[in-house]
Ligand binder design. Sequence first.
Ligand code: K1U
Ligand code: ZN
Length: 173
Amino acid sequence: MTKRPILIHPDPRLKTAATPVGEITDEVRRLADDMLETMYDAPGIGLAAPQVGVLKRVLVMDCVKDEGEAPRPLVLCDPEIVWTSDARNVYEEGCLSIPDQYAEVERPAEVEVRWTDLEGGARRERFDGLWATCVQHEIDHLDGKLFIDYLKPLKRQMITRKMQKLKREKARA
Ligand code: K1U
Ligand code: ZN
């Protein structure tokens, strides 16, 4: 397992729709392993392949919060939302590609998702709470969408400028 660098917004790869993985190969399994290592190290509760510069439809997540509870790493290849609840939920989201910036985003409270697992099996599960928020945030990444795209233009612009400054400073260091 290798930790990979996480792209920081703005980057054209974060605005590009990723392509389906199709068949599960060793390369996809290696990518998923690296993404889990990168996510846990960050630390984060989710990560999508475009965030590590790979434009493939793969995401990982683990929203287990309690210290005493066993981790539940999930790898979703080619995920599709097949049902959303009418009920909606507001959560203050963050993003590993937009460090230290948080904003409230409203999304469906529950979603049902279909995906392919690392053994090539078809999976389907209903998510709620933080899991539902996280899986929608990660599928947005696969479609080239960021949580700041839900914000008013002025707020989005302000965050983008902060990130440009951060990237300039990092490049100089
Ligand atoms: O996709 C990402 O950038 C990861 C992001 C996922 C996410 C967070 C909040 C709402 C929706 C999706 C993160 O993991 S940001 C870091 C974070 O939320 C966190 C970090 C440590 C402990 C608990 C949460
Ligand atoms: Zn994100």
